[in-house]
Structures are given as structure tokens and as C-alpha cells.
Design a protein around this ligand. Structure first.
Ligand SMILES: C[S@@+](CC[C@H](N)C(=O)[O-])C[C@H]1O[C@@H](n2cnc3c(N)ncnc32)[C@H](O)[C@@H]1O
Length: 481
């Protein structure tokens, strides 16, 4: 094949916000005022400008746009969408090694994956696009293997086409400690603390504690005032029970135990040695002491726990024990806000699936009861639409570490959701609204029909029954309209 000179200065993109890899690195805490940042192949340098204005010590270099800058080491180095514009394979390897050499703790690498380019001429191992620039489009697996072979490190897949490569195990185990901690609890705790900081709410919680049960109307006079601020009586009662928690303390302790097991299992999954006990935060050490005779015992249990992932019966049992989610014959569906209420084993299963695709956009996670598949599903307008339509799904097949993306955004007849309340925590602000609609639909016999899982069939059924759904209300449609 004849070689040609392909201009690379056409490849940079004007950005108004952070690029996706940098915003992920910010979310994961690699970038911030405490850590230096270097953007290798920074293009116009918008990520650098935005970080500097947020007080981050950031710099960068680009052969075309910022060639006068110095190339220097930093805690976090970004190599964002650079590799895929380099047509010379050996230059690509050198660039990746050079960028990794600059990273003191972590290198963030991003490439374009799985996008089909229309038009263009085959060149090297990619194509020269209609705009005259080179693009090498990777698959996620090819990208992961390329990094592992070139740098000799197993990357952490942070998203589709986005990988973290750690310099030391400490940096990686710190990330795992952060991601193993329950996130959603904080959202739940927000709802509960809103009630606890309200004077009537506080009085209700205190009275409930004294009585050991929810007070009757005659025993508490603030129900009507609370209803204005917190919704229905039953939501208030669920919030109070959440705040008082029959075994509130025990539940919180159990959650911590699960977090530690999840963390230790994640370390095993990544092939990282658990950090010395002395380097763990004192609260974590105290929790370990409470639950295990020694740190070694905890580590052993974390390892055994991980092996359960390969056992369909254990996964089925964990799905059966899940306090949340909609169970269908072969799968369990859960809203992302309730994911952390799942048993630890199922959280590790989701983490294992993220090792394949990284962080993808989704609001419902679907786990097959045999533990072989995890799907990340994005439904449109989950809160607003009574029966949201599926927009895309990313299904991970764990035994082969492969995945499949399905895009329904242009579909005339996408799959839709029913009984949304079964997917969320009962303290979810719209739980009641969802549940009331399901009750009404059930009473009309709508939910016992087969093939209601798709939009057109569902709409046809509604029109046959002379009803329509506006917002989350169901109404009769008069025939003379
Ligand atoms: C698609 S742009 C991405 C720019 C920026 N990182 C971003 O995400 O907006 C690719 C950049 O890679 C730069 N580049 C090309 N060859 C390079 C090399 N060998 N080393 C470093 N950067 C290179 C180009 O100048 C261009 O600015």
C-alpha cells in the first residue's frame, strides 16, 4: 500500500464542556486541586482551560496546537482520542508508552470504539475519512487487549473506549474502595434526612421511637402538615420507618460488611493484592474487627465470595433474597437508584460486567438469574412517562466477556416498562404515583394481557378498552370524541 501524508491538525474538536474521559476522571477523583493533570495531545486545550478555572494545576502539549509547551509528568495524564488519529502503528505504540511514562498515578486513555464510519478509504489498519483525516476505530475488546499488550498492565475499563491504566496498586485499590462503597444510600439518606430536619418530621420520628410503632392520628397532630411537604400518608410512614429503622443500626452495619466484602472481591477480580491492614482508614479497620476475627479471614471470605459468581444457584438465591427489584422468570430488573440495596454478590456481578464495558448510560439494570448476563438499559423519561420506552441496551455476556449494543431510538415499536414501582425503593419520591397507576391498570385487567411489552400492542390494548393514560392518570375516552 502506498503511504500518504495525512494532515492531523484537522482532527481536533472544539469543546464547550469537559471531554468524556476527563469528566469521568473528575468523577472518580483522579483530577482535582490536590492532583496535577497533564493532557497529552490536548488539541485546542479546552479541558486544560476548564480545569485551570476550577483551580486544578493542569497543563498539556499537542504537536499542532500547543507545541511550545513543555511535556511534563503529572499525577493524572490524559491521552484523549489521540491514538485513533495516528496512522503509523509504531508511532501509536510509542505515544501510548510515552504518555504512560508521564503518569505518576494513572493514565486515562480514550479512543473511538464501535462506530461505523460511512465512506472513507482503507488505510493502514483504519480508514482515511471523507474529511481527509485518519481514524482507527477499535472494538472495546481490541482496545483493552492493545493496552494490556503494549503496557503490560491490565486496564480498568471506565467506559466504552475509555480506560484507566494505573501506575501502582495503591491508586487502583483506592478507586475500588470508592466504587465499592454504596452510593445510592446517600440519595436515600437525603430523603430521610429531609424528614428528620423538618420540625414535624422530627417530632413524628421521636414519637415513633417512644411508642415503638407509627403513632395513630390521635397520638400525633402533624400528619396533615407533613403531607403537604412529603406527599401521601403512606410515603411518610415509609420514610419514618426508614429513619427509625426497626434494625436501623444493624442494617447499616450489615451494609458496611457488604461494602468491605465487595471491595475485597473487586480487588481479587482485578488481581490486586489487598493493601496492608495498617493503610486502611481506621473506620474500615474497626468494621473489619467487628465482623471478622482477622483481616486474613476477611480476605479469604472476599475470595470465596467471588467464586460464588460462577455458581448459578448462588446468584439465583441472591436474586431471590434481593429486597428490591422486579423478578421475571429469567431476570431481575432494578432501577439504578436502588442498585446498592442489592445483595453484595449481585453488586459484584454488576461490577464484573462493568469490567467489560465500563460506565455506560443506563437507568435500569437487568440481571439474568443464572448470573451469565447483565444488561444496562436506558429507558426514556423514567419519571415522567408512565410506560417509558427502551432507548438502548448494552448486554454483557460474562462467560465470554463480550457485549452487544442495541439501539431502539429510531424504533417504531420499542419495548416499554410496566409496574415501575417494583423497580424502585419504596421511599423513591414517585413510588406512590407509580403504584397507584399499576393498581388501576391491574383492576382493568390490562396487565394480565400478553404482549403488552411493546408500545404499539400496549397502545392498541388501551384503545380497545377505551382508555388513555395522561401523565400517570388513566381515563375513559368517550366514544363520541
Ligand atoms: C481528536 S484530537 C483530540 C484532542 C483532545 N485530546 C480532545 O479530546 O479534545 C487528536 C489530537 O491528537 C493530536 N496528535 C496527533 N498525533 C499525535 C502524537 N503523535 N502525539 C500527541 N498528540 C498527537 C492531534 O494534534 C490532535 O490535537
Amino acid at each position: 500500500m502506498a503511504t500518504m501524508t495525512i494532515p492531523r491538525h484537522k482532527t481536533a474538536i472544539r469543546r464547550l464542556a469537559h471531554s468524556r474521559p476527563v469528566s469521568l476522571a473528575l468523577n472518580h477523583g483522579f483530577v482535582g486541586p490536590e492532583a496535577t493533570f497533564f493532557d497529552y495531545g490536548c488539541g485546542y486545550g479546552e479541558d486544560i482551560d476548564l480545569l485551570r478555572s476550577a483551580g486544578v494545576h493542569a497543563d498539556g502539549w499537542d504537536p499542532y496546537y500547543r507545541s511550545n509547551s513543555n511535556v511534563c509528568p503529572a499525577d493524572c495524564v490524559n491521552l484523549g482520542y489521540v491514538l485513533n488519529v495516528i496512522d503509523d502503528v509504531s508511532e501509536r505504540d510509542t505515544t501510548l508508552r510515552l504518555a504512560f511514562g508521564l503518569a505518576k498515578h494513572v493514565l486515562v486513555v480514550a479512543v473511538r470504539v464501535d462506530q461505523s464510519l460511512s465512506g472513507g478509504i482503507d488505510y493502514s489498519d483504519g480508514v482515511v475519512t471523507n474529511s481527509g483525516s485518519f481514524q482507527k476505530i477499535y472494538t472495546q475488546a481490541e482496545f483493552r487487549d492493545y493496552i494490556e499488550v503494549t503496557l503490560g498492565r491490565k486496564p480498568f475499563m471506565a467506559g466504552l473506549g475509555i480506560a484507566y491504566v494505573f501506575k501502582d496498586e495503591a491508586a487502583e485499590s483506592a478507586l475500588l474502595a470508592r466504587v465499592s462503597r454504596t452510593r445510592v444510600r446517600s440519595e436515600r439518606i437525603d430523603w430521610l434526612s429531609q424528614l428528620a430536619s423538618d420540625p414535624d418530621g422530627k417530632a413524628l420520628i421521636d414519637t415513633t421511637r417512644q411508642l415503638g410503632r407509627i403513632p395513630l392520628d390521635t397520638e400525633f397532630e402533624g400528619y396533615e402538615r407533613l403531607a403537604i411537604r412529603f406527599g401521601s400518608r403512606s410515603r411518610i410512614e415509609r420514610l419514618v420507618l426508614g429513619a427509625v429503622g426497626s434494625g436501623g443500626l444493624a442494617e447499616a452495619q450489615l451494609q458496611k460488611r457488604n461494602d468491605i466484602l465487595t471491595y475485597l472481591a473487586m480487588l481479587h477480580l482485578r488481581g490486586i493484592r489487598p493493601p496492608p491492614v495498617g493503610s486502611l482508614p481506621s473506620e474500615v479497620r474497626a468494621d473489619i474487627k467487628l465482623w471478622w476475627r482477622s483481616y486474613t479471614k476477611a480476605i479469604d471470605e472476599g475470595r470465596e465470595f467471588l467464586f460464588q459468581l460462577g455458581n448459578p444457584e448462588q446468584i439465583r438465591a441472591a436474586c431471590g433474597a434481593a429486597p428490591i427489584g422486579k423478578r421475571l422468570p429469567t431476570d431481575l430488573y432494578v432501577h439504578s437508584s436502588s442498585e446498592d440495596l442489592l445483595p453484595a454478590l449481585l453488586r459484584v456481578l454488576i461490577f464484573a460486567a462493568r469490567q467489560v464495558v465500563g460506565d455506560v448510560e443506563y437507568n435500569i439494570v437487568k440481571l439474568s438469574l443464572d448470573g451469565r448476563k447483565v444488561s444496562f438499559l436506558q429507558y426514556q423519561d423514567f419519571d415522567q412517562d408512565a410506560h417509558p420506552c427502551l432507548r438502548h441496551s448494552v448486554r454483557v455476556h460474562l462467560p465470554t466477556a463480550s457485549y452487544m449494543i442495541r439501539d431502539y431510538s429510531a424504533s417504531e415499536n420499542p419495548p416499554i416498562l410496566h409496574r415501575k414501582e417494583t423497580l424502585v425503593d419504596p421511599v423513591y419520591p414517585l413510588y406512590e404515583l407509580f403504584a397507584t397507576l399499576s393498581e388501576q391498570e391491574e383492576a382493568l385487567g390490562l396487565l394480565s394481557q400478553s404482549s403488552i411489552g411493546f408500545r404499539q400492542q400496549w397502545q392498541q390494548l388501551l384503545s380497545e378498552q377505551n382508555v388513555e393514560i395522561i401523565g400517570h392518570s388513566i381515563r375513559n375516552v368517550s366514544n363520541d370524541r
